[in-house]
Design a protein around this ligand. Structure first.
Ligand SMILES: *Cc1c(COP(=O)(O)O)cnc(C)c1O
Length: 371
């Protein structure tokens, strides 16, 4: 591919995905119109059953979004006011917000500089008598070190909620993420590996009683239509999003394979050139929600690539302990999270990216970094 042939490589090509699925999505929309199964009902149940099978989770409870999924799992597990919850600082704001939504206090910890996931040794140093839970985030689709986290949780009697918003189908020593801990939260925000056409989420768990508590909390604390034995929320997954997700779910495995192939190609071109890329830990298989490299000058590299038609992103530019929203916690320095935030750059990747586009993106990255 000649470097002079300017292409436009979108960061995520949702337009291409929607074009391919348009007839099926329209048919699903019409099925919901015809059945009027807008709230609860067969579309939601069908998606929950199919998603449970896809990720090997005993129970799935659909809910409004991935942020609610974290909060519902925490509250159902008994986490609340006065409790501390350990959260990696290098994540999307939602992981920290959800802890606050149940009245608990997030305690931010540092990340492993190679995998960018929660560092269990740093987490251990932050455990106090008030620590009730820990939320490993499988950031970028890279599974966190679950063996070490489960050991730590076992020793200190902590609830483990996996934040799987970026990690649908990722595996850790052959087990899919989501029900390795007590529960796992999923997001179906449109840009996630499995995305609705709006907001949607789910909680996975192997614990039937926990699943029932989550379902009740998300549906007004209902025992029956007008009988409520706890104060709950309106955080249900709606029928339309469930029906649309059921159209997309059968493609998730193929999209994931595509992401993995493109990531392997990026690795094969960028690593020999000395570019630092994210490494999945031993025995873990990433689903590459994002393909992230480190660069010396984030802004300059992003601008140069944009000028060559290659869209990039920074996920995320400010670690949570440095966010104004969490300033009240008076967070101390977390060197690995801060260093990562200043150096990361996410390259284009999605289920629809072509070989030619991945090759063009690599050519431009290598050219820009050589300058
Ligand atoms: C997207 C995301 C969430 C929140 O999901 P929403 O569906 O947008 O509420 C939570 N955690 C992480 C790591 C995410 O990437």
């Amino acid at each position: 591919m000649s470097l002079t042939t300017l292409q436009k490589i979108p960061f995520v090509n949702l337009a291409r995905q929607i074009e391919r699925l348009r007839p099926d999505l329209v048919a699903a929309f019409e099925a919901v119109l015809d059945s009027r199964g807008f709230i609860k009902g067969p579309h939601v149940t069908a998606f929950e059953t199919a998603f449970a099978e896809a990720i090997g989770a005993p129970h799935i409870v659909g809910c409004a979004n991935g942020t609610a999924a974290v909060a519902l799992a925490l509250e159902a597990a008994g986490v609340g006011p006065g409790d501390e919850v350990i959260v990696p600082s290098h994540t999307f704001i939602a992981t920290g917000e959800a802890v606050c939504h149940v009245g608990a206090t997030p305690v931010f910890c540092d990340i492993d500089p190679d995998t960018y996931t929660l560092d269990p040794r740093d987490a251990e140093r932050r455990i106090t008598p008030r620590t009730r839970a820990i939320i490993p985030v499988h950031i970028y689709g890279t599974p966190a070190d679950m063996d070490a986290i489960l050991d730590l949780a076992g020793a200190h009697d902590l609830v483990v909620i996996e934040d799987c918003a970026q990690a649908h189908l990722a595996t850790c020593k052959g087990r899919m993420v989501g029900s390795i801990g007590h529960a796992g939260s999923f997001s179906f925000f449109p840009g996630k590996n499995l995305g609705a056409l709006g907001d949607a989420g789910a909680v996975a768990t192997g614990d039937a009683r926990l699943a029932e508590r989550i379902r009740k909390l998300a549906d007004h604390g209902r025992l029956s239509k007008y009988e409520h034995d706890i104060v709950g929320y309106n955080q249900r997954l709606d029928g339309l999003q469930a029906a649309l997700l059921s159209v997309k779910l059968p493609h998730l495995r193929g999209w994931t394979e595509r992401r993995r192939r493109v990531a392997a190609y990026y690795d094969s071109r960028l690593k020999p050139a000395g570019v630092k890329v994210i490494e999945a830990p031993e025995g873990a298989e990433s689903v590459y929600h994002l393909y992230v490299i480190e660069v010396d000058d984030q802004q300059k590299t992003a601008a140069a690539l944009a000028a060559l038609g290659v869209e990039t992103g920074v996920h995320y530019p400010c670690p949570l302990h440095r966010q104004p929203a969490f300033r009240y916690l008076g967070g101390e320095a977390l060197p690995n999270a801060e260093r990562a935030a200043a150096r990361i750059l996410s390259l284009p990747i999605c289920g629809e990216i072509t070989d030619e586009e991945a090759e063009y993106a690599c050519d431009q990255v290598l050219a820009v970094l050589r300058e």
